[in-house]
Design a protein around this ligand. Structure first.
Ligand SMILES: Nc1nc2c(c(=O)[nH]1)N[C@H]1C(S)=C(S)[C@@H](COP(=O)(O)OP(=O)(O)OC[C@H]3O[C@@H](n4cnc5c(=O)[nH]c(N)nc54)[C@H](O)[C@@H]3O)O[C@H]1N2
Ligand SMILES: Nc1nc2c(c(=O)[nH]1)N[C@H]1C(S)=C(S)[C@@H](COP(=O)(O)OP(=O)(O)OC[C@H]3O[C@@H](n4cnc5c(=O)[nH]c(N)nc54)[C@H](O)[C@@H]3O)O[C@H]1N2
Ligand code: SF4
Ligand SMILES: [Mo]
Length: 881
């Protein structure tokens, strides 16, 4: 092998020979534990780069981590020999470089990984109709031609549609609107459509609830990053930017810290971000935040004295909200109740005191009081939340009570005050985009002819039992259509998610996969969904395409947009989603031009041409790219695209050379943003999206929308609901505090070694972050578990192994298992050695039906079998063809 790498590095080998040689030798690589065809031979690769033979090309970093950072690849003979990050301008706190994280910088190990899928393949014992279905996930693979592969897929799709209707085909990805389904979906629509999945994964209950009567996507956001520095206190509520918002957010928080801002973190563990910022830790058990915040509101109410101790901003509360007390109710009330009297215990005899809450949420009484006092009206407070606490069963009232406590202190719409979302690339830096691109604008807005849409938590049961409760995609804040339906799924298509692994209830998912007639996947490498398929179609990575992608526009850093180029030609026989979709259309007997009217290169060109940038004086947007006749000729020749000339801020050639456009920021610039400032200035003219036009502390629409589903009953104000699989249910006898069979709560944080399941097959990243089970020291001691011991974590849904990380910084009774580690199931024992958290997450829907990823009950013990080896020593899933 070493010779091969030397030759690559010295460029004495052509691309064709390289591909043939690496294809033949990947088995050898796997045995040596080497994760990538480029991870050895370092010095020679360095030599090639040092000889300045390659070309630096801005490259995509295209996964759903929300980072949006700069990645640049040094390409020598179609091989990326090095990567670098943003060096387009000097770095400063106000005008930071968009530096890539370790994952992004390891991208070439993903693209050139020894486990890259090279050819279309089918499992050996698959036959039309299913063959031996029990072998799914463990069968051998056979190489087939594209012609055979597409022929099989088309035949199975047509057969399912003719025999059972198009709704028997499940596209196990995201829901409509279709742009979330990737570029392949038009081909499924060509066959009459497909059943889809609704999973408000990211937002949990926060946006479907609808919080304060306002639809989430537009409205629960926060202020610009310069405003962070103006706060006295910043609350990081259930978020962890240093793991889950890589890119520049941690830097923004750090800059605020340097200006003297105090940080508070609320959550079940003292996480990395909290410790970086030296935040005060307010501990709260998973899924119990509503109880905690009700007690905060109660304490604010009890301690407030307008003269001697003004805590509550009554003027704000009465002017901008409805429903706090009986004198300020909205017009559409159906019950004569309000939050204030609920807090005081008027309806259930239970005042929501810190003592009451503490028993549930585990927060010391003095910390509840501390937090309530921090919310006071004479402090500048910014409450920035992620959605982890809303990714809990029955957390529908959480957003409403969180915003209520903020409104009680008057913390909206003024410099230094805010309460809103701080997720992904917008973490700590919210507001309208200063450089704007629109992915939705270049996607064909096709309508799925099938209206079946299954809630994520119910998905596998629906396949297995043939029934489900249809609640739609819950986008409309004021309405839910509920219908019990029969469903008869015969085909599962994995086209843009790794749903078998990222959806709750993996074991049930496997059963569902082994039931249906046909499963196919589009994939880069053998992730769980591909592994349990019959036919796998190899896709190109974004590095092999000149195309736009969803995460260029979505959850994006407001002050920069990236414009990567194709870095290398497609590897092996991989094709892009659109190429596969177009080719499949022909086998389905449909004209691809109808479904794909524009080539992917044309769509990318249009995406760039339509990009806009804020005018220098901040008064509106203007065209970003200048496009000349010369540019049109060049792009026409190279990519076959057409366009018009236009005048913009920067020439197209320069833009693509830089691979990004970033607006230079400075304190006091005209690009700042204070969320809700217009509403606070003129609440009549700038009514909110709720029915009353105000923040609804009594929200009839919320209660109606949730209650009609019939899984729980909430009040229009935020009342406390005992969560399914929450803390209370970890006891078999709550009153006498006798613990049940699964006495530990488990939450599943987004992990810094990967983006969901992406990059988890990169050995160096596995070595850098070990993905243990995090256990409280007291709990570990009780079970005789020490650091790095092998631990079996189990419940009625499955069993996984992890190495222990024993710590004081996670609450007793709580374990944390990072989200997204690759499934590695031992079929004999039923134990997953890969540590996939969704093996343990309960596939059951509660409340409005959002996924309760952070409310799960488990037990654990020291494992008696052979010790688990660290993940980085486990061989990759390399297919030998
Ligand atoms: N590295 C990396 N980054 C990512 C992703 C990834 O997979 N990897 N995924 C991206 C995506 S799509 C999303 S949606 C975001 C998610 O981003 P977040 O929602 O911020 O991520 P989490 O890690 O799930 O949760 C953050 C913190 O919430 C706390 N927490 C957990 N449960 C509760 C609870 O019930 N109450 C309270 N108060 N706190 C709780 C934990 O301390 C945890 O550290 O991350 C994005 N960024
Ligand atoms: N237990 C638990 N489960 C969770 C969460 C949690 O916190 N806890 N978080 C949830 C959240 S917030 C989210 S957003 C989801 C994410 O769930 P997923 O979207 O399923 O997660 P990814 O691992 O990002 O999978 C994306 C897949 O798309 C593929 N892909 C990437 N680019 C392309 C492309 O161009 N074409 C095609 N065809 N495929 C491509 C990748 O190979 C990968 O298989 O997970 C959810 N699941
Ligand atoms: S945070 Fe995400 S986008 Fe940024 S470098 Fe890392 S993986 Fe790439
Ligand atoms: Mo997400």
């Amino acid at each position: 092998m070493a010779n091969l790498f030397d030759k690559i590095a010295e460029k004495k080998i052509s691309r064709r020979t390289f591909l043939a040689a690496t294809a033949a030798s990947t088995a050898g690589l796997a045995l040596t534990g080497c994760g990538s065809v480029l991870t050895t031979g370092g010095t020679n690769v360095e030599t090639a780069a040092a000889n300045k033979e390659g070309t630096w090309i801005p490259a995509a970093c295209w996964h759903n981590c929300g980072g949006g950072c700069k990645n640049v690849a040094l390409v020598v003979d179609n091989i990326v020999v090095r990567q670098k990050t943003d060096d387009t301008h000097p770095d400063s706190p106000d005008y930071p470089q968009q530096r890539a994280c370790l994952r992004g910088r390891s991208q070439r190990r993903h693209v050139f990984g020894a486990d890259r899928l090279k050819y279309p393949m089918k499992r050996k014992h698959w036959q039309p109709g299913g063959g031996d279905k029990s072998l799914r996930g463990k069968d051998e693979w056979e190489r087939i031609s594209w012609d055979e592969a597409l022929g099989y897929v088309a035949a199975e799709l047509k057969k399912a549609k003719e025999k059972y209707g198009a709704r028997s085909i499940l596209c196990a990805g995201w829901e409509d609107p279709s742009p979330f389904m990737g570029d392949f979906y038009p081909a499924l629509f060509a066959n009459g459509g497909c059943t889809t999945v609704h999973d408000d994964a990211s937002w949990g209950t926060y946006y479907v609830a609808p919080t304060m009567g306002i639809p989430m996507r537009d409205d629960h956001t926060s202020n610009d990053r310069f405003d962070l520095r103006k706060a006295d206190t910043v609350v990081l509520y259930a978020c962890n930017p240093s793991w889950a918002s890589l890119g520049s957010p941690s830097y923004h928080y750090w800059n605020a810290k340097k200006r003297g801002v105090q940080f508070i973190f609320v959550g079940p563990e003292y996480n990395n971000s909290a410790s970086q910022l030296d935040a005060k830790w307010i501990r709260v058990r998973p899924g119990t935040d509503t109880a905690f915040l009700l007690a905060v509101a109660y304490t604010m109410l009890k301690e407030d004295n307008p003269v001697s101790n003004p805590i509550i901003d009554w003027e704000f509360l009465y002017k901008y909200t409805v429903g706090f007390d009986s004198d300020h109710m909205p017009a559409d009330v159906t019950i004569n109740e309000n939050l204030k009297d609920y807090l005081l215990g008027k309806y259930d005899g239970q005042p929501k005191t810190p003592e009451w809450a503490s028993e549930i949420c585990g927060t010391p009484v003095e910390d509840i009081v501390y937090y309530a006092r921090e919310m006071r009206m004479d402090k500048k407070v910014s409450i920035l939340h992620s959605f982890a606490a809303a990714r809990c069963n029955n957390s529908e009232n959480l957003g409403q009570i969180l915003m209520t406590t903020a409104a009680m202190g008057g913390h909206f719409g003024k410099p230094g005050h805010s309460c809103g979302d701080c997720r992904q690339g917008q973490s700590g830096n919210d507001g309208p985009n200063l450089v704007k691109t629109d992915w939705f604008g270049i996607v064909n807005p096709l309508k799925n002819p099938v209206d079946d849409i299954i809630t994520g938590a119910d998905l596998w049961d629906a396949v297995l039992k043939g029934k489900y409760k249809r609640t739609g995609n819950l986008e409309d804040p004021f309405k839910t259509d509920v219908e019990e339906r029969d469903i008869d799924i015969h085909v599962i298509a994995h086209v843009f998610r790794n749903t078998l692994q990222t959806n709750m209830g993996v074991m049930k998912g496997i059963e569902a996969h082994r039931k249906v007639d046909f499963v196919f996947s589009l994939a880069f490498s053998l992730n769980a969904s591909a592994q349990y398929s019959d036919i796998v179609l190899p896709i190109t990575t974004q590095w092999e395409r000149q195309s736009a992608y969803l995460f260029l526009s979505y959850a994006q850093n407001r002050e920069v947009s990236f414009f990567p180029s194709r870095v290398i030609e497609p590897l092996y026989e991989a094709k892009s989603d659109q190429e596969i979709g177009e080719a499949l259309c022909k086998y389905l007997g449909v004209d691809p031009k109808v479904l794909y009217p524009r080539s992917q290169e044309q769509r990318y060109f249009d995406f760039i041409a339509n990009a806009t940038v804020i005018k220098k004086d901040g008064t509106g947007m203007e065209t970003l790219a200048t496009i000349t006749e010369e540019d049109l000729a060049e792009w026409g020749q190279k990519w076959g695209v057409k366009g018009k000339t236009q005048q913009g801020r920067i020439g197209l050639k320069e833009l693509m050379k830089q691979g990004q456009y970033q607006v230079e920021r400075y304190e006091g610039d005209p690009y700042g943003h204070i969320k809700y400032a217009d509403y606070i200035q003129d609440p009549e003219k700038n009514r909110l999206g709720s029915k009353s036009g105000k923040f609804e502390i009594y929200c009839q629409a919320k209660a109606d929308k949730i209650n009609i589903i019939g899984r729980s009953k909430v009040k229009p104000y935020p009342d406390y609901i005992e969560p399914l699989n929450g803390y209370e249910q970890s006891f078999k006898d709550w009153k006498n505090k006798v613990k049940g069979e699964y006495p530990y709560q488990m939450f599943t944080p987004h992990y810094f070694r990967r983006s969901h399941t992406i990059y988890d097959n990169i050995a160096v990243l596995r070595e850098m972050a070990r993905n243990p089970v995090f256990i409280n020291a007291q709990d570990a001691a009780e079970k005789g578990i020490k650091n790095r011991d092998t631990v079996l974590i189990y419940n009625q849904y499955g069993k996984i192994l992890r190495l222990a990380s024993v710590m004081d910084t996670i609450m007793p009774g709580v374990v944390s298992i990072p989200h997204g580690s690759w499934l590695d199931l031992d079929e004999e024992t039923g134990i997953d050695h890969g540590g996939t958290e969704n093996v343990l997450c309960a596939p059951v829907a509660a409340g409005i039906g959002s996924s309760g990823y952070n409310t799960n009950l488990v037990n654990f013990k020291k494992y008696n079998g052979p010790a688990l080896q660290p993940d980085y020593l486990r061989p990759l899933k390399i297919v030998k063809l």
